[in-house]
Design a protein around this ligand. Structure first.
Ligand code: UTP
Length: 299
């Protein structure tokens, strides 16, 4: 059976978005009409993921509530004849199993994945970061393509990469070191976390989606805490590749951008882009934004 299990880590503090994230998860912030994590789930189900394990933490209960079926709300909308609003809750009925475990201390993304080990055990699995949307309105099947490559190449890890327009941006991301020329699919020699511009082996930045064989766990277990005392997923991936594990990189297709909402600059940009493309309100918002820009052209 093909991989249908995805782990979605959503336990981070989201400090870069304070104060918005003081008492609500960043993964529940709205982008246009929906919370970020709903796009992530829509994308995963589009790619045939049927079992979703969220790694949550303190203060993240609203994520669990969001994916529950809310019978009371459904009854209320039905009784008051608001069928069009009922349609917005269709996602509750998807044929997906939801499971939740908790990361009891925020010790980094690698540690969050390690919290999934008792549930994942000896299965291969997808990891999708809960604060990143792939493709406008999550219109992407990148995970399905990654799973196909994982199975075809018998890889231990497959990672999605996005080519950065600005080479100076490499300092913010995990960057691919491809073996040979990097086509749409390429062999991965190494991943360098936040390299200096001069030392970056490429402009291909890790794009929030991974497929792993269970071999990643043994490397996570021996990964020492790095920056800020956190167990970094990239360090465990490097360990896996060094030990002879097979790594494959997949480029996002044209138009299949990664929207990372983890900092205000990209959150604002993402919100505006999604809202501008809203079928109902996009055109009037565009008019409004144009008016604002014309009134303040110096800004
Ligand atoms: P980030 O690297 O953006 O970390 O997480 P963060 O802690 O959420 O945010 P800042 O840096 O404090 O602003 C990327 C993804 O990994 C999850 C986050 O919830 C997010 O979806 N994560 C991160 C965890 O689940 N646990 C962690 O310990 C860290």
């Amino acid at each position: 059976m093909s991989i249908d299990l995805a782990v979605v880590p959503v336990a981070g503090h989201g400090t870069r978005l304070l104060p918005s994230t003081k008492s609500q998860p960043k993964e529940m912030l709205p982008v246009g009409r929906k919370p970020v994590v709903q796009y992530v789930v829509e994308e995963l189900t589009r790619s045939e993921m049927r079992r979703l394990l969220f790694v949550t933490g303190n203060g993240k209960e609203s994520i669990e509530n969001f994916f529950d079926v809310n019978h009371e709300l459904i009854r209320f909308l039905r009784e008051t004849g608001r069928e069009e609003l009922l349609a917005t809750l269709e996602f509750e009925r998807r044929p997906v199993e939801y499971a939740y475990t908790r990361q009891r201390e925020q010790l980094g993304l690698g540690h969050a994945i390690l919290c999934a080990e008792p549930f994942v055990a000896d299965q291969s699995f997808v990891v999708a970061l809960g604060d990143s949307i792939i493709g406008l309105h999550a219109d992407s099947n990148i995970v399905q393509r990654m799973v196909s490559e994982f199975e075809r190449t018998k890889a231990d890890v497959v990672i999605a990469f996005e080519e950065l327009d600005d080479p100076k941006e490499v300092v913010h991301y995990g960057i691919a070191q491809p073996r040979g020329t990097a086509g749409d699919v390429f062999e991965l020699a190494d991943v360098i976390e936040k390299p200096d511009v001069a030392e970056a082996p490429s402009r291909l930045a890790v794009a929030a989606r991974y497929v792993f064989s269970p071999a990643i766990f043994e490397h996570l277990h021996v990964t020492k805490p790095g920056k800020k005392g956190e167990i970094q997923l990239t360090d465990a991936i490097r360990g896996l590749l060094k030990a002879g594990g097979k790594g494959v990189g997949l480029r996002l297709a044209a138009g299949e951008r990664r929207f990372d909402i983890g900092n205000f600059e990209s959150y604002f940009q993402t919100f505006v882009e999604f809202a501008l493309s809203d079928e109902e309100y996009g055109p009037s918002l565009a008019k409004h934004v144009r008016k604002l820009l014309e009134a303040a052209p110096h800004k």
